[in-house]
Design a binder for this molecule. Structure first.
Ligand code: SAH
Ligand code: SF4
Ligand code: F3S
Length: 470
């Protein structure tokens, strides 16, 4: 055990990937291992969990064989996401057979969706903890340690973990995520999130600013403000000031011109001109919007309960480009939603072409139990049709991406250096304001991680820009 501990301590001291510890790593005699699935919010929550467990004397380890506590922070968004977690649990089953003392906990959206059913279905799981119940983890771990199964899946109307300072896991030390709100009040018919994450609530503005300032003071140079629907951020502070998302963006951008600000996700119905104007006004608010379209057909959008039309979406894109001609744009698309015809699908392809997305996350529809769509409609598009439409969507996006990246050849961008490129340590890797990855030779310059470089683009693939410092 001493040997193992030594190894963990060494890894901890090497920093970066295993940086998560509060104080001296030697003070830990218990270790937790955490794997995160799903969206950025889940990864962010794992950092809150790490902070809560550090306080309890648990250090983080990246080797599950060394852990006393194994946690899976899970996602329910599509059936495949849940299957991945179940497969992963099979691996831990073997471990538990050899080391019965190890505790296994399931956190996040699957925990919330399945509740006690998880304990019945997956006998090796000791703890089930929903996204609003992480403060109760220490008690649940103690309870599970006595051999009882422990569970807390209560959703909250006001929990935002505002006062908890997240322990940055797997951090590059330059870019970080800051959660500004939790839950979602939209009821998109396909989506399980309102059920797994509960009602929407906004985090105290002061705690967001403090966390961002603290990151900046520690050398971070970019924060991404996170929420399922950031444009509906709304907080009334102690002095009675009402802060909306535009105000919040402005406040975070005001911390330092050297701190970049990004955000995700925007809902097409909620992103306002005011927010677009604020983006345009500040050089350090990145010119990039992730604006999920889901479908390009108004009838399908209506069935999805997205509350906008094809025309509304296209007008938003037009407005974004009017206010910020250089703005990067990405989207989410779902193929084969209930009743989708071939014509409806072609509408999705045409909306993609008209919007000229730089990047997209593309999925085929996966019915989720309990959602509006599962209750009201039949999942009637055959799997092979969904897949074929998805392939058409992916092929189109590949060519749109290639075109978008190719159009950047000859342009010069300000790039925030995030670290060495994956392939060569003689090259830097970073991103431009539009969120495109840029790789360029170090060229013996004095630049370091966290600096900004002006890079002229000389070549491109459909996912990376290459260039040189000017
Ligand atoms: N809050 C964000 C997205 C959250 S989920 C938003 O409002 O846009 C991320 C993406 O997963 C969604 O945009 C959608 O494209 C996809 N998704 C959600 N539920 C899905 C389902 N049941 N089947 C397939 N894709 C789904
Ligand atoms: Fe799901 Fe819609 Fe909320 Fe996004 S806005 S999390 S898709 S319900
Ligand atoms: Fe998945 Fe939950 Fe996020 S369902 S996408 S982890 S909010």
């Amino acid at each position: 055990m001493a040997e193992i501990l030594q190894k963990v301590v060494e890894e901890l001291r090497q920093g970066e990937a295993y940086a998560p510890f509060a104080g001296d790593p030697n003070e830990f005699n218990k270790y937790f291992y955490i794997e995160s699935y799903g969206c950025q919010m889940n990864f962010s929550d794992s950092e809150i969990v790490a902070s809560i467990l550090n306080e309890e004397g648990f250090g983080a380890t990246s080797n599950f064989e060394e852990a006393d506590l194994i946690l899976l922070n899970t996602c329910s968004i599509r059936e495949k996401a849940e299957q991945t977690v179940r497969n992963r649990l099979q691996v831990f089953r073997k471990l538990k057979n050899n080391k019965p003392g190890v505790l296994i906990g399931v956190l996040g959206c699957m925990a919330e969706r399945l509740k006690t059913k998880f304990l019945e279905e997956e006998k090796l799981v000791d703890m089930v903890v929903g996204p609003d119940a992480y403060r109760s983890l220490p008690g649940l771990v103690t309870e599970a340690g006595t051999g009882q199964k422990s569970i807390n899946v209560l959703l909250s109307r006001d929990e935002t973990y505002a006062d908890i300072s997240p322990v940055r896991l797997d951090s590059n030390g330059i870019t970080a995520f800051v959660t500004i709100m939790r839950g979602c009040n939209n009821m998109c018919a396909f989506c399980v999130v309102p059920f797994t994450r509960g009602r929407e609530r906004s985090r105290d503005v002061a705690s967001i600013i403090n966390e961002s300032k603290d990151l900046f003071d520690r050398g971070f140079r970019e924060v991404t403000l996170l929420g399922q629907n950031v444009d509906s951020y709304y907080y009334t502070d102690e002095a009675g000031n009402n802060i909306d998302f535009g105000n919040l963006l402005e406040k975070v951008a005001g911390i330092s011109p050297l701190l970049r600000v990004r955000f995700s996700t925007s809902h097409p119905k909620d992103i306002t001109d005011d927010v677009l104007m604020t983006m345009a006004k500040y050089d350090n608010i990145c010119k990039y919007i992730h604006l999920p379209v889901q479908s390009g057909n108004t009838r399908i959008l209506n069935l999805m309960n997205r509350t906008y039309t094809r025309e509304w979406y296209l007008n938003k894109v037009k407005r974004i480009r009017e206010i910020m001609p250089d703005c990067g744009l990405s989207t989410d698309v779902i193929s084969g939603f209930c009743t989708e015809t071939e014509e409806d699908h072609l509408d999705t392809l045409s909306v993609m072409e008209l919007s000229r997305f730089d990047m997209a996350y593309m999925f085929s529809y996966s019915e989720r139990p309990g959602t509006l769509a599962a209750k009201r409609y039949t999942d009637d598009i055959p799997e092979d049709v969904k897949k074929r439409r998805l392939i058409e969507i992916i092929n189109l996006q590949n060519s749109l991406s290639r075109e978008s990246y190719k159009n950047d050849i000859g342009k010069t961008f300000k790039v925030l250096i995030e670290g060495d490129s994956k392939k060569k340590d003689t090259e830097w890797c970073g991103r431009n304001s539009q969120n495109k990855v840029v790789v360029f030779a170090k060229d013996n310059s004095d630049l370091k991680k966290g600096d900004y470089a002006n890079v002229k683009i000389t070549s491109a693939t459909s996912a990376t820009l290459m260039g040189h410092i000017i």
